[in-house]
Design a protein around this ligand. Structure first.
Ligand code: NAP
Ligand code: MG
Length: 401
């Protein structure tokens, strides 16, 4: 059997701990035997980030701008404990934060749905993808404790010195106050990423704010989305047979709980923070969540939503057996390969990605799975496999398809 050829390399961002071990197994067992894999390799493992003063992270993001598609392994975000563990020169910033700052993207998180791992919400049949706006609002706020009676105002001073004032509140006694902001540029980028990704995945896009109460702040979000949609995406949505749907945030929450799933839910920063945790826990397992960073310029970076699974890695180092779920990391690869196939017009590559995803799902649905899934599955007497054997089973299923 001849291997599938690639024309443009994928940007490969290697990572840390247990996911780094899985990364190599996935390549050896599931990719290299079938694809003439072309990647430009960046080692984002913490040791190499430290050696390069974290330049490697910036370089990997720049390469993503050049080639358009990246696949990333989970990486350690250093904290005090990691400083000593890895003898770090500095507490390097989160690679995901650095990459997002360079690509200016939105993160879309979606669960991988399989029979036998039922979501807690009975009506959900298809994945619900959450897109969180990752700039501003309460995350970049200014707060003040008001100690006693007095007046609080918002003051805007324009560059030519003109002042505009609005009364926040006249306090009769102690209280609290908060100032928030957002930027039209950032909201526009968010909107473009959402509309692009909806077209890409042929799913409806929902967006919700509290514009009836917040007539300027939230209303700006609503207006920016609507203007960009009408001007640049409406025709493409019609052609693709998908919908852009705006509603109030409380109405959106109520509808989501009764829906079948199968759409993208764009959320303001705080809503996305809260709702993404609800969605991922209700769908079953963090190990089955994928994540993709989509930039408004159309660059894609695929990864698993979970971290480096440190606890399993320490067991692995002691020579103990691990049962770490590789599905979300495999789906990061398939997402990136499918995208590369689309961009370079290599249908075999996209078809291979589809087939590998099917193989993962079929393996689990046949009762062969890792421990995290065995604990929550409705399948009776599942076979619990270790990290390597699970990947080998997926390979067998893949070869049988
Ligand atoms: P984590 O790696 O996501 O793991 C937390 C726990 O969730 C694990 O101990 C395990 O539970 C379970 N789990 C997660 N993924 C699993 C999988 N694939 N298979 C089976 N079980 C899985 O989070 P963490 O332990 O808080 O963070 C570890 C490191 O990852 C940190 O250094 C953090 O900075 C980094 N991190 C990176 C990213 C990223 O690169 N995107 C994201 C988050 C965290 P049990 O132990 O109960 O089996
Ligand atoms: Mg959260």
């Amino acid at each position: 059997m001849s291997k599938i050829q690639m024309t443009t390399p994928l940007v490969e961002m290697d990572g840390d701990e247990m996911t780094r071990i899985l990364w190599q197994m996935i390549k050896d067992e599931l990719l290299l035997p079938f694809i003439d894999l072309k990647t430009e390799y960046y080692d984002l493992g913490l040791e190499h980030r430290n050696e390069t003063d974290d330049k490697v992270t910036v370089e990997s993001a720049e390469a993503t701008k050049k080639y358009g598609v990246a696949v990333k392994c989970a990486t350690i975000t250093p904290n005090a404990a990691r400083m000593t563990e890895y003898n770090l020169k500095e507490m390097w910033k989160s690679p995901n934060g650095t990459i997002r700052a360079i690509l200016d993207g939105t993160v879309f998180r979606a669960p991988i749905v399989v029979k036998g791992i039922e979501p807690n919400v009975k009506s959900w049949k298809k994945p619900i993808t959450i897109a969180r706006h990752a700039y501003g609002d309460v995350y970049k706020n200014t707060e003040m404790v008001i100690p006693a009676a007095g007046k609080v105002e918002l003051v805007y001073t324009s560059e030519d010195g003109k002042e505009e004032r609005a009364l926040v509140h006249t306090f009769n006694g102690p209280g609290v106050v908060q100032g928030q902001h957002n930027l039209n540029d950032s909201i526009e980028s968010f909107a473009h990423s959402c509309f692009k990704y909806a077209l890409d995945t042929k799913q409806d896009l929902w967006f919700a704010t509290k514009d009836t109460i917040s007539k300027k702040y939230d209303h700006t979000f609503k207006d920016v989305f609507q203007e960009i949609f009408d001007k640049e995406y409406k025709d493409a949505f019609d052609k693709a047979g998908i919908e852009y749907f705006y509603t109030l945030i409380d109405d959106a929450v109520a509808r989501v709980m009764k829906s079948e799933g199968g759409f993208i839910w764009a959320c303001k920063n705080y809503d996305g923070d809260v709702m993404s945790d609800m969605i991922s826990s209700a769908f079953g397992s963090l190990a089955m969540m994928t994540s993709v960073l989509v930039s408004p310029a159309g660059y894609y970076e695929y990864e698993a939503a979970h971290g480096t699974v440190q606890r399993h890695y320490y067991k692995h180092l002691k020579g103990e057996e691990t049962s770490t779920n590789s599905v979300a990391t495999i789906f990061a690869w398939t997402g990136a390969l499918r995208k590369r196939g689309e961009l370079d017009n290599i249908p075999e590559l996209s078809a291979f990605a589809d087939k590998l995803e099917k193989a993962c799902i079929k393996t689990i649905e046949e009762g062969k799975m890792t421990k995290d899934l065995a604990l929550i599955t409705s399948i009776e007497n599942p076979t619990v496999l270790n990290s390597r054997d699970f990947i080998i089973e997926i390979r067998k299923t893949l070869e049988s398809l």
